[in-house]
Design a binder for this molecule. Structure first.
Ligand code: FE2
Length: 130
């Protein structure tokens, strides 16, 4: 049987289909972004990204989260590489935006591939448009 991208968890970026009806696999791998709803142009605010917040992901040498990345829209902001057992898949980073986009976080499990979570910042002060 021929495998397509849709059937291959290691191909592309996995995104949970429904926030309420998530599978255990989706809950274990989807990065959860915590950020204030209000952002002010040019002023730093803290963003926390955690994998396994919805359902704990294994953290052992044979199965762990290798890295977490954070984006504002498609603009890369940061990447943190992680080590099994010695680090937890949770990062906290101050960021500063010049204009608003949906926050995106991506994380890679060494067995289950890359996963993406999103969060909209809902209120902005002092921002121009893109
Ligand atoms: Fe995994």
């Amino acid at each position: 049987m021929e495998k397509t991208c849709k059937d291959d968890i290691l191909c592309g970026i996995n995104i949970a289909k429904d926030g309420k009806g998530m599978t255990d696999l989706e809950k274990k791998h989807t990065p959860v972004i915590e950020a204030p709803n209000l952002a002010k142009a040019g002023e730093p605010f803290e963003v926390v990204v955690e994998v396994g917040k919805l359902l704990k992901h294994p953290n052992e040498p044979g199965h762990f989260i290798e890295w977490i990345e954070l984006y504002s829209g498609d603009t890369f902001l940061t990447r943190v590489d992680l080590t099994a057992e010695l680090t937890d898949p949770k990062i906290k980073i101050p960021i500063r935006l010049t204009h608003p986009h949906t926050m995106k976080a991506r994380a890679r499990c060494n067995i289950h591939g890359v996963w993406e979570g999103k969060k909209d910042l809902t209120e902005f002060e002092g921002f121009g448009s893109c």
